[in-house]
Design a protein around this ligand. Sequence first.
Ligand code: SF4
Length: 360
Amino acid sequence: MTQTTNIPQLRGLSLQELTALCIELGEKPFRAKQLYEWLYLHRIASINEITNLPSKFLEKLSSIPVSTLTLGDVSESQDGTKKILFTTASGKSIETVIIPSELVGEDNNPKRRTICVSTQIGCALDCKFCATGSMGLLGNLSTGEILDQFIQGEHVAGTKLTNLVYMGMGEPMMNYTNVMKSVDVLTDPTNDMLGPKRITLSTAGVVKNIRRMADEQRKIKLAISLHSVHNHKRSDIMPINDSVPIEQLMETVEYYYCQTRIPVTYEYIVFGEYNTSPADIKRLAKLTRRVPSKVNVIPFHDVDFVRNQADGPALSSATQEQFDNFVYALRAEGVTVMARASSGKDIHAACGQLALSKGA
Ligand code: SF4
């Protein structure tokens, strides 16, 4: 088999890039559209599944894999959450989670299936409550590796996926180009994948790229990992807050809303008494009134078994009573609150936990 190109895999290439590839391989440019359909609408796993392209062209293409992401362990939680471990071509582990309808969403859609995809191997931001953060950054995922989590995840789910969140391993805004290229494919109506309103990107606060996303008029939703409303505490658990304090983050959120008119979601993990005082509730409610928004309140997953918290404050899970009281108090302040279940707790479904335990 001759190596015809240095492109590592076909899935992930845009129509424009496939057109360039066709020309490079001596084929007519219009073949690119056919190939694009096979990759994204038909979601092939191998070139052998293509039936309407000339055999000579297929022979040339056969030296480039469709996908390089290898499906590994799939574990299913008692609550129906599925956790998938993939191995990249470089031998690193990444994880993807599929969350069933009853655990997510305000729309009560019984057919809702949300996939949570990773965007990086590890992460540089070192949030103290996150297993991935303790790995450091080992690399960015390619557009194809991000899209393959969705496509292979759909096979694992055995049904169509209805929503996608960029909320797995890594900070998606630190891999902006590849993430947005994956958004372009996912939201291309000819691919029958997802509408932009079904996609949410969660960021710890990379303000430069929040502005860029707003300026580019991306129609996907934005979620902000907030977790504390006081700079000194947020800096203790999220080092990014040292360079982007809450005020700057909120100004950026306002800019995003002014440009897009899309309501914002704040993610708020409840760490016992660390971030649930009456002062926290008042300030959180005040912040959320700056633009139309809602707050996802999430129980803390105990990650002690994979993360040494010696370099951060001692964080503990809230009791159910503490959690419920916090949600109640926030609602009493007029905040729209989604109290998210702690999905997949028994299969280590929190960010980075499985990959870390497998030695990513
Ligand atoms: S929470 Fe997200 S941004 Fe923070 S370290 Fe983990 S993966 Fe990175």
